[in-house]
Design a protein around this ligand. Structure first.
Ligand code: GLY
Ligand code: MN
Ligand code: MN
Length: 429
């Protein structure tokens, strides 16, 4: 891991918080993700299960967390099973956490080896009445394979067929959606690394540069600041490429006169940041580009003014839609008539702004949380309005990350240049 040690208080507090939601005499289990194979003896880099990470801080494979708050034997209230290590294993397979290190990371005192789980669990499982098992309940999940979690759940349910099975996911969505002060610090760090990357590319970008050269500048800056890298596939889209919402090729030349849309951000300590900026290749926006840029920026600021405790997404999205409608009319992209005749299920503004304005952010870039419930202090969201005009070879999106506070919100990206004038001034240096 490149990131500095995270205070274990975070995980102790998260487990306490989780346990409050369990029925009496319940036992919860969380398992690590697989290391996914590629070809030959290759594998993809390891990404931990976000819920296991949230409750333990353990960032390695072959990990199981058992939480049993009502256990009669105090040592069984929390057990962490980790991959066995020894001096010999460390030489061949690389360092894994020792039992002491696992305690230091997680705050859990009872650490056992992964291969001891089955035998241990047989002795404990029958004492509990309910098992809380976890599964990916992200509303936009796409899983075309059996995950480690699915295999694990199947096994538990076949070995204990008459236990009551409960879902951990709704509890995890609730507790993960409210950020702990330590998490907010980590998210701020991710944003600060993103800022360094963005400032670096402002002085680097000029006509003729390739989109992938900008990607290389960013990854260089991210990794040297202890990030694993991009928090999601970077989008570096010049000219009309910006109108392809999931453009990831990043292989075109940036041409004089074009604007580059950069949806690029660093992760830090497994926490995502998610930033979008648009910069002129030449260093100066044309009049029209500037008009569209400022329209998007006004919508972003308007949305930020109503991203606050108590607001609902239904009201928020409707208000942002109204702001965008006004801007698009002013830009001459839609007419009052279009708005009068619009289909309420797909309003006229959707022709140029077809994606959502905000999503939860945290351990996952599209983090978990309940959109149907009012915004609460401690929640973290993006704001990311955009206007995409393929016929003008232009797409503008701006995106920052916010924490809801008692009085409104705190913009974690307030130090990242955003005003068009500031971007032009920095590019001119
Ligand atoms: N970068 C992904 C998103 O903006 O949602
Ligand atoms: Mn986003
Ligand atoms: Mn983004």
């Amino acid at each position: 891991m490149k990131y500095s040690a995270i205070k274990k208080d975070l995980y102790i507090d998260n487990r306490k918080n989780f346990s409050k939601h369990l029925k009496p005499n319940s036992l919860a289990l969380f398992v690590s993700n697989d290391i996914l194979p590629t070809n030959g003896d290759g594998s993809l880099g390891f990404i931990q299960n976000s819920d296991l990470l949230h409750l333990s801080g353990v960032d390695q494979e072959d990990t199981i967390l058992l939480i049993y708050p009502d256990a009669k034997d105090g040592k069984q209230k929390e057990i962490l099973f980790i991959k066995e290590t020894s001096e010999l294993i460390a030489i061949w397979e690389g360092a894994k956490l020792t039992k002491q290190q696992a305690t230091d990371v997680s705050g859990i005192s009872n650490i056992m080896w992964f291969h001891e789980f089955e035998k241990t669990f047989k002795a404990i499982g029958f004492q509990a009445e309910h098992f809380y098992l976890n599964s990916n309940e992200h509303t936009r999940r796409y899983i075309d394979m059996e995950t480690a979690e699915m295999r694990f759940n199947k096994k538990i349910m076949s070995q204990f067929p008459l236990h009551h099975i409960e879902r951990s996911a709704p509890i995890m969505h609730r507790i993960r959606s409210i950020k702990h002060p330590i998490e907010i610090e980590l998210m701020q760090q991710a944003c600060n690394i993103t800022e360094k990357g963005f400032r670096r590319l402002l002085s680097f970008t000029k006509p003729g540069v390739m989109e992938y050269e900008i990607e290389a500048e960013l990854i260089h800056e991210f990794v040297r600041n202890r990030s694993r890298g991009f928090a999601y596939g970077p989008i570096i889209a010049s000219g009309g490429n910006a109108c392809v919402l999931h453009y990831v090729e990043n292989n075109k030349e940036c041409k004089d006169g074009d604007v580059i849309l950069l949806d690029v951000a660093a992760e830090y300590g497994n926490y995502a940041s998610d930033m979008t900026r648009c910069i002129p290749v030449s260093g100066k926006f044309t009049k029209r580009q500037r008009e569209v840029y400022d329209a998007v920026l006004r919508v972003m600021k308007g949305a930020a003014a109503i991203l606050k405790p108590g607001n609902t997404f239904e009201k928020y999205n409707a208000a942002v839609g109204d702001m965008m409608t006004k801007e698009l009319i002013q830009l001459g992209l839609i007419t009052e008539q279009d708005v009068k005749n619009q289909n309420p299920a797909w309003p006229a503004y959707k022709k140029y702004f077809m994606h959502g304005t905000s999503h939860f952010i945290g351990l996952d870039v599209h983090d978990v949380g309940f959109f149907a419930e009012p915004m609460q202090v401690g929640m973290a969201f993006t704001i990311e309005p955009g206007i995409y005009i393929p016929e003008e070879n232009l797409g503008i999106r701006l995106e920052n990350n916010y924490i809801i506070t008692a009085t409104g919100n705190d913009d974690l990206m307030k130090n990242i240049p955003l005003e068009a004038d500031e971007i032009e001034a920095l590019m001119a240096k």
